[in-house]
Design a protein around this ligand. Structure first.
Ligand code: SF4
Length: 538
């Protein structure tokens, strides 16, 4: 195992030594060296000011992550131009228009607030923007996302949404996701889930086919959702909707008609998964579409949930067919990469999801962490009742739903669900820490300094994180893979995705470019000579 296991305490002391006492006390709670089970980590708390965090804001979590991927909505960002501009096309959630439908993903809509809007209020401008959007694009629906100043000056975007919805006849959803709410993107996920539950899910009652499922918390980065749904439809499932990669507003509105929710990103979507179960009786199953073993296991769990013999047999056939196509690629990568080590620092789910796939190509994850995970994402959902809510979290609305008498139904009997719960994670998630080896490091809200220190001391060959630290890591001579944008490649989910990932990582770690980082004159003398009568050459 790693350096870390041999000398964990010294490593932590080295990592923390530069901090002032108060900061050290805080950061120590966010770092855990894995040792058995039942360890606690501090998460989802305020970032230390000035520490150079990788975190984003509530608006990024709401509009950028959950709402933005809905293809046929016009997403208006109400605020000064920066928030809309910097989020324009940078998250690679792909989407296609349905036949005869629309796709606005390439656009960037903003009210571009000016000083006068801050002084006199921006509601008028927002109404005008909605009118213009309806006139120019006739969208199926519109979202309004609030940015920092909106809440401070008191613009009532809910009232604007109601008024303009009546006036134009277009569904308008308002999101009070000002960037300062909560402590990270996470608050924005919750706000987006609440609104989708309150105003969208359950408003379309179109019939759905047999074996229908929804994918929750899957955002079609680099085409992931297309690869997953290709395999699902090959087996025989009907995908009603994905939340929210490549989705349309009507499909999300029909989610309650499905038979099962399969959850990929637990952090961003667990709220709505729970609420749909409560209101409509639809179970949710935690899946993992990354890596051959994880994806196969998820497919087998879905088939066992439905309990249909034909589906179970077809699942095995498809797995065998797909694995046969990619196994050589994975094996060849494993031969070359075996024994290398990885650091994974991603938003709220990928640091867990990718460990299996990395293992399949011979790479062991020695450090993992989240920007905005909560304790349950690290320690498993069992800890939820013990999580203390602080003031930052209490500010985010918790909504409750009631059983919908007309549409509530148990898809399979309750005692069967209880039986299945013993074998698979139905309404459960065991978290990132469980599958990590003893001696590995789990670190929450990693910052710039800690990133450098980890690379210096642990010398991993693979650093999977985001754009903000990518080039710093490269300059230190370590291969950095963007695990949010996939370095503009993908898909990485599913079987073909696993092969894509293996090829990209192999190329990244083994590129000859790394051997040119140190100039030759720093490795060996450029001139060699001998002085008469002197033993040593210079
Ligand atoms: S923190 Fe505020 S200003 Fe910055 S991106 Fe988020 S909403 Fe915009």
């Amino acid at each position: 195992m790693s350096e870390l296991k041999k000398n964990a305490d010294k490593f932590l002391d080295d990592l923390m030594e530069v901090y002032p006492a108060k900061v050290m006390k805080n950061r120590k709670k966010h770092v855990v060296v894995k040792e058995g089970a039942g360890q606690e980590i501090a998460a989802n708390t305020r970032t230390v000011p000035g520490i150079i965090t990788n975190r984003g804001c509530c608006y990024a979590g709401c509009k950028g992550v959950v709402i933005g991927p809905i293809v046929d909505m016009v997403h208006i960002v109400h605020g000064p131009v920066g928030c809309a501009y910097y989020a324009w096309g940078t998250r690679r959630n792909k989407g296609k228009a349905r036949e005869g439908g629309q796709n606005f993903l390439n656009y960037c809509f903003t009210t571009d607030m000016q000083e006068s809007d801050i002084v006199f209020g921006g509601e008028k401008k927002l109404k005008k923007a909605i009118e213009e959007a309806v006139e120019l694009f006739q969208p199926k629906a519109i979202s309004i996302s609030a940015t920092c100043p909106v809440g401070l000056i008191g613009d009532d975007i809910d009232a604007v949404a109601r008024e303009m919805s009546e006036k134009t006849g277009v569904k308008i959803l308002s999101f009070n996701c000002e960037g300062y709410k909560g402590v990270s993107q996470s608050a924005g996920h919750h706000i987006a889930n609440n609104k989708l539950m309150k105003e969208v899910v359950g408003t379309n009652d179109s019939p759905v086919g047999k074996f229908s499922i929804n994918l929750l918390g899957e955002y079609n980065i680099g085409g992931d959702e297309w690869e997953i749904s290709r395999v699902l439809s090959k087996i025989g499932y009907n995908l009603v909707t994905t939340m929210t990669g490549n989705s349309t507003i009507d499909e999300i509105a029909n989610a309650h008609k499905s038979d099962l929710n399969v959850v990929q990103c637990h952090r961003s979507i667990n709220y709505i998964a729970d609420m749909i179960e409560e209101k409509y009786g639809l179970n949710w199953l935690k899946g993992n579409f990354i890596g051959v073993e994880n994806f196969s296991k998820t497919l087998r769990n879905i088939a066992r949930y439905f309990g249909d013999e034909g589906l179970i047999a077809r699942t095995e056939e498809v797995i065998a067919e797909e694995v046969a196509e990619i196994k050589d690629t994975l094996n060849s990568a494993k031969e070359k990469l075996n024994g290398k080590t990885a650091v994974l620092y991603v938003g709220g789910s990928r640091a867990d999801h990718y460990q299996g796939l990395l293992r399949e190509i011979g790479i062991e994850t020695i450090v993992a962490g989240y920007e905005f995970g909560h304790r349950d994402d690290y320690e498993g959902r069992d800890v939820i009742p013990y999580i203390k809510l602080d003031a930052d979290t209490r500010n985010i609305e918790e909504i409750t739903v009631e059983k919908d008498e007309k549409n509530y139904s148990l898809r399979i009997p309750a005692d069967k669900v209880d039986e299945l719960k013993k074998e698979m994670p139905i309404a459960d998630y065991e978290g990132l820490m469980k599958n990590m080896a003893d001696g590995s490091l789990i670190i929450d809200d990693l910052n710039h300094y800690e990133t450098e220190k980890i690379i210096e001391i642990l010398k991993p060959e693979f650093f999977g994180s985001g754009i903000k630290d990518k080039y710093i890591v490269h300059k230190m001579g370590t291969y950095s893979k963007q695990m949010h944008s996939y370095d503009y490649a993908g898909p990485y989910a599913g079987f073909k995705g696993a092969a894509n990932f293996a090829k990209d990582v192999e190329a990244g770690i083994l590129t000859p470019a790394w051997s040119y980082l140190t100039p030759p004159w720093n490795k060996e003398p450029l001139l060699k000579g001998k002085v008469e009568g002197v033993e040593e050459a210079c």
